[in-house]
Design a protein around this ligand. Sequence first.
Ligand code: SUD
Ligand code: ADP
Length: 288
Amino acid sequence: MLYVKAPAKINLTLDVLNKRPDGYHEVEMIMTTVDLADRIGLELREDDAIHIYSSNNFVPNDHRNLAYQAAAILKERFKIQEGVNITIDKQVPIAAGLAGGSSDAAATLKGLNDLWNLQLTLDEIAEIGSEIGSDVPYCVYGGTAIARGRGEKIEHIEAPPNCWVVLAKPSIGVSTGSVYGGLQLDSIEHPDTQRMRDAIAKGSYEEMCASVGNVLESVTLKLHPEVSSIKEQMKRFGADAVLMSGSGPTVFGLVSNETRTTRIVNGLRGFCDEVYAIRMLGERELLD
Ligand SMILES: C[C@@](CO)(OP(=O)(O)O)[C@H](O)COP(=O)(O)OP(=O)(O)OC[C@H]1O[C@@H](n2ccc(N)nc2=O)[C@H](O)[C@@H]1O
Ligand SMILES: Nc1ncnc2c1ncn2[C@@H]1O[C@H](COP(=O)(O)OP(=O)(O)O)[C@@H](O)[C@H]1O
């Protein structure tokens, strides 16, 4: 069995520039990997089948699973006669704005590239990943990056200043498509992506905290007011910056010290079922 890590991401910024004729939105967003990951197990089968196993009942076990789609696309493109058992040890909250499914797909592509000896480069794997979902190419590389286009054009940047990240996921799932669909393009308050980029380049934690922003936040907050109260609680307990990740509903808080991190986690436990205190993992080479 080959095991591959599939880490979650958070969006430090997420801006939407316009809506494209193909229905997708042109984005500009800074993403960074955090230290919370699914573990994907890959085991080849002699027959032609792809089987998904997961102890989490919310993980689809058929073609709807993005890891299944990753295996299917490689099998078809490279005419592979073998099948594969894919075991997903789910640690990343589902439908949360943390790219868990996309990261599972990316890890499956990378693992099968090795097992089937396909000798694809990371760029080639990312290109194939873009057919599965907009976030998959970023997940193939991991680390810290600016994503553009519909999310698939990746520019790597340096890691942000390290800090604690508190994640709080309310027990609702959010559909990414309906959040993008609910966006009022003429009344967007754009985050300052360049300011975030400069803050990261300077290694300034304070500037980074002052520059977070996500245009999808107001859409999800309207649909799910509980996200708003989690944001308020996180601020009240002392996070230095608080933002929703991706299309939500997970809220993350950035915190510079451990004592305050513990206080925030304890404070949130009464309000929210899923709370995690983790670290940023913004360097690509730390991922394996
Ligand atoms: C919002 C973000 C931010 O990182 O992440 P999540 O909240 O999913 O983690 C991403 O843009 C999500 O990427 P991903 O989840 O891969 O989206 P896809 O499967 O490609 O698309 C799902 C749906 O979202 C909408 N969509 C997605 C990406 C984009 N740039 N414009 C869009 O309008 C489309 O309606 C599409 O049908
Ligand atoms: N491997 C997977 N893990 C989790 N969800 C998956 C997976 N494959 C497909 N899905 C489906 O994709 C949807 C979005 O899941 P996920 O990738 O966790 O969220 P997000 O895109 O918000 O980060 C879920 O509703 C789930 O049914």
